[in-house]
Design a protein around this ligand. Structure first.
Ligand SMILES: [Zn+2]
Length: 409
């Protein structure tokens, strides 16, 4: 009798539901709690809430509940069905679990907390004593719930970026809300169609509210944005880190070419200097700075390319798009008259997209959120042991990075 009252309290059961039996299985370290309702109880149709007499019951079902006294706790009940004149025979909604779940609401809530805190599905499995499929079903249901609940909200600043799925091949495209640092949409691939598919998943409210879009300089996402976002041309901001990365790569190309030429003449002055040209001066160690200064003083092409790259950095500290344009044009004139082919290529591609580079000065956005999310995703991927399944990978991104309201009820 006392057991039954205790479990009634633990499970938070209210009328008409009560505990009819508690069975302890010490060998299995499990306690089975049987729940029932009095005969003659009326239940609501899940569609229209009309109060109806019980029609029949489903066979007995089980739900895993939070452990009690370190024992796996299993709730058993047959779910009543009603015969609604309008909706037919329907299974009623039980108060302790969501439809289709094998867990009680309290267990799911706890499991979601454990999964979020550990960021590690396997670790969560050992704490929760659940199997992979069971644990993953909680994740999937939480994401579906969160997406269904999501309210239409404005998203003035968004970012679109690619992410490799399975080493270097097989990309996915992600759209981020830059103000809330959340992933809003995911699609397969990284071409223009992928971009369109991804942006099209946004709600009308989101699409109409966009003021600025951060992206790299690849044509694919430019094309996609123009197709989906009204007046996108005026809203695109090419991510400054991507642009600087292009310039840094160009410096490396110059070094590579020059080094090869020098070595032909037995000149090894650029040997082992790759790293120092790729790093910002202030990030070099004291010893590296000495090497850098000595090499820079040699007046090699690589040093010149590096200096132009550093000059380009100041483009983003200009106070307006107009002054940034002036600054760039001056930089461009200097670079274009050099013999630094890779730098000239970068200069030309920036010039081509200049309004969408200097628009940074107006909107001040970057895709740094995407970079942050990347490392989060990488660590999840590592801890879960990789996501062979693409759908699971997307679900995990939404679970950990979607900013969704995941809890049941
Ligand atoms: Zn009904």
């Amino acid at each position: 009798m006392q057991d039954r009252e205790l479990y009634q309290e633990i499970l938070g059961l209210k009328s008409p539901w009560s505990v009819s039996q508690v069975a302890l299985d010490l060998e299995q370290e499990q306690v089975d709690v049987f729940v029932e309702h009095p005969t003659g109880t009326k239940f609501c149709c899940p569609e229209c809430s009309e109060s109806l007499p019980c029609y029949d019951h489903t066979p007995e079902r089980q739900w895993r509940h939070l452990d009690t006294c370190q024992l796996k706790t299993i709730l058993h009940a047959s779910i009543p069905r009603v015969h609604c004149p309008e909706h037919g025979v329907k299974q009623v909604q039980v108060p302790w679990a969501e439809k289709g779940s094998r867990f009680t609401i309290l267990f799911e809530r706890f499991a979601i907390q454990v999964l979020l805190k550990t960021q590690n599905v396997k670790g969560a499995m050992s704490i929760l004593r659940t199997k992979w499929d069971q644990t993953w079903s909680i994740v999937e249901r939480a994401v579906a719930r969160g997406k269904a609940r999501k309210e239409a909200k404005a998203m003035p600043r968004l970012g679109i970026d690619e992410k490799a799925f399975l080493k270097g091949q097989n990309y996915i495209t992600l759209v981020y809300d830059l103000d809330n640092s959340t992933v809003e949409a995911i699609s397969d691939g990284n071409d223009a169609d992928s971009g369109i598919a991804c942006l099209s998943q946004l709600s009308d409210v989101q699409i109409q509210s966009v003021e600025a879009i951060a992206m790299d300089m690849s044509g694919a996402y430019v094309k996609a944005a123009k197709q989906v976002i009204p007046l996108a041309e005026n809203k695109i901001v090419h991510d400054r880190f991507h642009v600087m990365q292009m310039a840094t790569k160009a410096v490396d190309k110059v070094r590579h070419g020059e080094h090869r030429q020098l070595m032909n003449d037995g000149d090894d002055r650029l040997s082992k200097t790759k790293y120092i040209w790729l790093t910002s001066f202030e990030n070099l160690s004291e010893k590296q700075q000495t090497v850098f200064e000595a090499t820079y003083d040699l007046q090699l092409q690589t040093g010149k390319a590096w200096a132009y790259k550093e000059m380009l950095r100041d483009l983003w500290s200009q106070t307006s798009a107009a002054s940034a344009t002036t600054y760039f044009n001056d930089w461009y004139r200097r670079v274009i008259h050099t013999k630094l082919k890779p730098m000239k290529t970068v200069a030309r591609s920036i010039k081509e997209r200049l309004p969408n580079v200097v628009s940074y000065c107006t909107h001040q956005i970057t895709n740094a959120v995407a970079e942050g999310m990347n490392s989060k995703i990488m660590s999840i991927k590592r801890r879960v042991g990789g996501f062979r399944n693409r759908q699971n990978f997307k679900t995990a991104i939404f679970f950990y990075g979607g900013g969704l309201s995941l809890d049941p009820q």
